[in-house]
Design a protein around this ligand. Sequence first.
Ligand SMILES: Cc1cc2nc3c(=O)[nH]c(=O)nc-3n(C[C@H](O)[C@H](O)[C@H](O)COP(=O)(O)OP(=O)(O)OC[C@H]3O[C@@H](n4cnc5c(N)ncnc54)[C@H](O)[C@@H]3O)c2cc1C
Length: 467
Amino acid sequence: MRTAPEYIDSLRQRNLRLFVDGELVRDPVSHPKVRPAINAVAATYELAHDPAYRELATAHSALSNIRVNRFCHLFEEPQDLIRKVELQRVLGRLTGTCFQRCVGMDGLNALFIATWEAGKDAHTRFVQWLRGVQHRDEVICGAMTDAKGDRRKRPAAQPDQFLRIVERRDGGVVLRGAKLHQTGAANSHQILVMPGMAMRPGEEEFVVAAAMPVDAPGITMVLGRQPSDGRKGGVDAGNAKYGGQEVVVLFDDVFVPGSRVFLDGELAPAATLVEAFAGYHRASYGGCKPGNLDVLIGASRLLARLHGVEQASHIRDKLVEMAHLTETVHGVGLAASARSHQHKAGPWQVDQILANVCKHNVTRIPYEIVRLAEDLAGGLVATMPSLADLQHPEFGEQLRRAVGGEERAKLLRLVEWMSYGAGAVPLRIECMHGAGSPQAQRIVLERNIDWETRVQHARRLAGLDNS
Ligand SMILES: Cc1cc2nc3c(=O)[nH]c(=O)nc-3n(C[C@H](O)[C@H](O)[C@H](O)COP(=O)(O)OP(=O)(O)OC[C@H]3O[C@@H](n4cnc5c(N)ncnc54)[C@H](O)[C@@H]3O)c2cc1C
């Protein structure tokens, strides 16, 4: 398994075409808007070599018969699903942000199942590729979300809005289109494209699951902006070391050899893929987000201590509320993972209802916790001058007396970063839309809940079935 320095070094070997603020970036590893996100991924490699976390962060792969980083692992036994959520919480706390390898991990598992359903050839190709990923301990960018354009229209009515196969040649396929919101794409080794929704007969050209290096000819990446991204890595960053990352990935006639094409027009396996991925990924949110929220709770408690209000009853009550909401999300993520079942292909799958309940709570609970954190922090969270001003030779001392010392200033910056700075991208908007917007979970819940059994219970107790 790679170490963190080996991972960072491997990123330097790529010939990435990445644009940030309109400029081609020659060295992404040193770029101030990219490096914090690289550090967050690197934490997943660090933990794998930390004796305290080795069991959690790694696993024996029966597929490759080697020890692998958990982010490259299949859910081979029920405990793997639970350990995933526990690991995500640890990493969420460690980085305070998104560590970017979960979409790839959940995608690998979903595609293992989907290719098994697609047939022996597809599955053999995928397994061979996955063994290579495990041996090289790679970061996989899981690329599902298409641009989609007018949401009322099907792909055939607006083909440019969906990644698709435009040509077949030389034993491979040519891909054109874009994938949006790609977490950690510029910090990855390979892109695994997958359809973002179930397709219908006649839409086969949009059903493609395939892998390619991030620097394959024809791929252009454009980094998404984040709030306060001009401060990244600086004294006022809030979280100076770690950050998240989303990228628009443009595919301009990218050739993928057949050996790396895992689904090509198979409608039913593609539908399986989308459903399996959604389940895995919606349970994942029960790990990472509680970890991030732990950091926000810690900052809030420390600020209350600095303000002399830690023992006030309403402050204690609000901190308890923040903690209980966080544990609620984590509890459902664990429950979805514990109530698992095995797919015939081998991997264990989460409980769909609980996984969707988990993610649905995540579309609300972090917002309430952020509200409480802003309440406890006081107005200075939004009006604090720069840390450089605190050191100013003329007025610094007077300013420090007025707004508090560096400890308070740095904590306020962290709360600001997580509430509505760059850290709010993973802590709020990703909570809302990642793995599907709220309505996507309600649709799955409505479909999967056994309404008639509930009706029968009501009928029995109401005395309607006494005849
Ligand atoms: C921070 C972040 C990280 C992400 N990371 C990844 C990643 O790594 N890989 C990846 O593939 N994707 C990723 N995503 C994408 C994510 O899965 C999508 O944002 C999500 O599926 C919602 O799609 P959308 O953004 O196009 O919003 P939309 O689908 O446009 O949703 C916006 C609103 O429109 C509604 N709506 C949508 N369609 C319809 C319709 N037909 N009829 C009625 N209402 C409709 C929705 O319910 C919602 O209320 C990420 C997103 C974010 C914000």
